[in-house]
Design a protein. Structure first.
Lengths: 520, 227
């Protein structure tokens, strides 16, 4: 009897364990909502495009505690470079890892012409296609170029340029290197835009300063200032504020030489926080050409959160930008602790991440890099690197967008259908599918999809063709009816009177006849 | 049997209503073909009908609502869940009433001869082109693309000009003004409408504050006396 109870108990326990294992979720709980914005600028929650995969702390990476991490960069050779300050003296270190986070080298002291050289609060690091390392040594006011053998030998320094264009203090904060070896530098306090140096380290030009964005109050102030200047001359300017362009926060260059730059823009009524600049420094992210246009032009031009927040401290502050091999642009918001991902046209694809100390969230994110499709986020508070990997849904959406950008609309069809199965609210997918059906000549399906996505421009094209097809379908019927009607009208006009007379006469004759009969 | 009786009763009622209220009154559709004559009849024979005018005003409001709701996808960004009928009422029907009040208030100051009924009837009779255009543009917007819709916009401009001319001539006849007097009267009416609107807004805000004050007083008294 007792044995039987024990046996039942054991079987019951085993079944319970198996049941609980079966019931376990296949993926871990994700502590944030991934979302997107619809045509009206409202938040629409979407399936996750990226999920936290792993968190690497300094100890895991074999470099000890990273107390003050600054920058992370993934080189064209897929090696990971992390810059941090160590200890109370803030000694700068550069860690080099391979793509599996295996430590390859840590550089603390560099050598310049055989003498040891210590970096003073460097702020960013990049690597070119040959493996030369460029470090923005902000405290020492110069950009260092290190040899590619990772020995820490400085082979070139770029200091304050000897140019009439350049005035003030040279304080490089961010650096980017293009494929043609021109070096782009953002300098703290330089309001003229991004500085470009050539391979020899000669300063070439400033470019890409964003337009000054003024509110109505600013314009009134400006008009008032003009009035005073007319009265008092140039001295009047001292009493007024000056309107200067916003400084760029960070930049990155892609393989085609386009420069992507971000503006911090916290709480201000700013637009164009993200700029994709061509060689001339013109912003080529065109709000009128992108697929997911919003209800107003201002909303189309706004990057980051579209919902305006009441106070400055609740707005977006963008500190980092990076671009992957397919042209997807990722921006890091260090204030709301979110990552915004855009495609190469500037359509928002995912917003993910949130503020928190839980694993997979960010507490003090400082920098971000793309390792293939993965996103690496450097958190200064924990001294950790959080790796975000793409989900199946994210991969499908990316694949569809890549094919769509190449103009292979028909190849993208199955991917768009797959995306819509997961997320019926995806406007990009509706537009993509609409274009597929437009190519196939299925205009009725196309206009339905464009209508859901609120794409009036493409809707009109499909609609006019759909209208034509309907008219041609019923053309025979309509024309036959018209011809019959015209013939009937002509008959009526020609013979109408005589027919009426004939009927009248017959009626009168018949009536008379009847009467006579009745009388008889 | 009873249903037949009901129908005949309704018919008798409508007939009586028509004979008593509308027979011999000016048909508002004559304003389309004979505006000058109709306007002068309204003034001198006093045969304008308030009922016809009110029906036209209702038709105008309804046509504005239809235009808001049923305009084609290409020309309208409205979602039906964002539709607010009060906004449409305020911009169509109530605006006409506001104009009538403002114009009447002004004509007493500026030696106009028109009575309020005359102004109301005249204004409402003039709404016909606007109603026609609202319905026409709504209908056409459902199967026209924007390049073709230019023609409809031209018709719209024509309708608006027609409406302004009718209003101008109407005000001139009703109040027995000369040209400049009419212009002054109409422009001043617009200003008066703005002022009335401001006063209504102010009134609402003040009433709200008064309500809050009384409520606070009541709460305070109740707390102190009852506890």
């Amino acid at each position: 009897m007792k044995n039987r109870f024990v046996r039942f108990g054991a079987i019951f326990m085993v079944m319970l364990v198996i049941a609980s294992m079966l019931a376990m979720p296949s993926s871990a709980y994700i502590a944030f909502n991934t979302y997107n914005y619809n045509y009206y600028g409202e938040v629409v929650v979407t399936p996750s495009g990226y999920t936290p995969e792993k968190v690497y702390y300094g100890e895991d990476l074999g470099v000890g505690e990273m107390t003050n991490a600054v920058d992370i960069y993934v080189s064209p050779q897929n090696e990971i470079y992390i810059l941090d300050y160590y200890g109370s003296e803030n000694i700068a270190r550069l860690h080099i890892f391979d793509s599996n986070f295996k430590l390859l080298k840590t550089l603390t002291t560099l050598t310049a012409n055989g003498h040891p050289y210590t970096m003073n609060l460097p702020e960013s690091v990049v690597v070119d296609k040959y493996g030369y390392i460029y470090i923005c040594d902000t405290g020492n006011r110069q950009v260092l170029k290190l040899d590619k053998d990772r020995s820490g030998k400085i082979i070139q320094t770029i200091g304050a340029p000897n140019s009439d264009l350049f005035t003030g203090d040279f304080k490089p904060t961010k650096v980017a290197i293009a494929k043609n070896m021109s070096l782009y530098v953002i300098c703290a306090g330089a309001l003229d835009g991004i500085m470009e140096f050539n391979e020899q380290g000669v300063f070439l030009r400033y470019f890409g300063a964003p337009d000054v964005q003024m509110t109505l109050a600013d314009m009134v102030t400006l008009a008032w200032r003009r009035f005073y200047r007319a009265l008092l001359g140039k001295d009047a300017d001292q009493a007024f504020v000056t309107f200067v362009p916003t400084e760029f926060e960070n930049l990155v260059v892609d393989d085609y030489g386009f420069v992507y730059a971000v503006i911090a823009a916290a709480g201000e009524e700013n637009t164009d926080q993200l700029m994709k600049m061509n060689f001339l420094g013109n912003n080529i992210l065109d709000p009128t050409a992108k697929s997911t246009k919003k209800i107003s032009n201002t909303l189309s031009r706004t990057y980051g959160d579209l919902v305006r927040r009441a106070t400055k401290s609740q707005g977006n502050i963008f500190k980092d930008v990076s671009v992957d091999e397919d042209g997807f642009i990722t921006m890091l918001d260090t204030n709301l602790r979110k990552v915004f991902e855009y495609d190469s046209e500037g359509n928002l694809t995912f917003v993910y991440g949130a503020h928190g100390k839980q694993q997979g969230l960010f507490y003090t994110p400082v920098a971000m890099a793309k390792l293939g499709k993965k996103t690496l986020i450097l958190d200064a508070y924990f001294g950790s690197v959080t790796v975000y990997d793409q989900t199946q849904y994210g991969r499908t959406l990316h694949e569809a967008i890549i094919l769509y950008d190449q103009g292979l609309y028909e190849d993208a069809e199955n991917y768009w259908i797959e995306v819509l199965k997961n997320n019926a609210n995806c406007e990009l997918a509706h537009i993509g599918l609409g274009k597929v059906y437009y190519q196939y000549g299925r205009y009725e399906d196309a206009i339905n999809h464009f209508k859901i996505a609120n794409d009036r421009f493409n809707y009109e094209d499909s609609f006019s063709l759909y209208r034509e097809s309907v008219i041609s379908q019923y053309f025979n019927l309509i024309m036959t009816l018209l011809v019959v009607l015209v013939v009937l009208l002509i008959i009526w006009r020609v013979f109408g009177k005589s027919i009426l007379n004939f009927i009248k006469e017959k009626k009168q004759g018949g009536g008379n006849h009847d009467d006579t009969e009745a009388v008889e | 049997m009873t249903i037949q009786k009901l129908w005949s009763n309704i018919y008798i009622f409508l007939k009586a209503f028509y004979d008593k209220m509308l027979a011999g009154r000016k048909n508002p559709f004559l304003m389309i073909t004979h505006p000058v004559e109709t306007m002068e009849d309204l003034k001198y024979k006093k045969n304008g009908s308030v009922i016809y005018a009110s029906l036209l005003l209702i038709a105008f409001t309804v046509s504005a609502i239809i235009q808001e709701v049923a305009t084609g996808f290409i020309y309208s960004t409205l979602r039906i869940k964002d539709f607010n009928i009060l906004v449409v009422l305020c911009t169509s029907g109530l605006m006409v009433l506001l104009f009538v009040i403002a114009n009447w208030a002004l004509c007493t100051l500026l030696n106009g001869e028109g009575r309020m009924v005359d102004i109301y009837v005249m204004t409402c009779y003039n709404l016909t082109p606007l109603i026609a255009f609202n319905l026409l543009s709504t209908f056409l917007s459902r199967f026209m693309i924007s390049s073709e819709f230019t023609f409809v916009s031209i018709v719209g401009v024509c309708c608006n000009i027609w409406f302004v001319v009718l209003m101008f001539y109407g005000a001139m006849t009703i109040h027995n003004y000369k040209f400049w007097g009419t212009l002054l009267n109409l422009l001043a009416s617009l200003v008066a409408m703005a002022i009335i609107f401001f006063l209504i807004f102010l009134f609402i805000v003040l009433v709200q504050q008064l309500y809050v004050f009384i409520l606070t007083l009541y709460t305070e008294c109740r707390m102190r006396l009852l506890s």
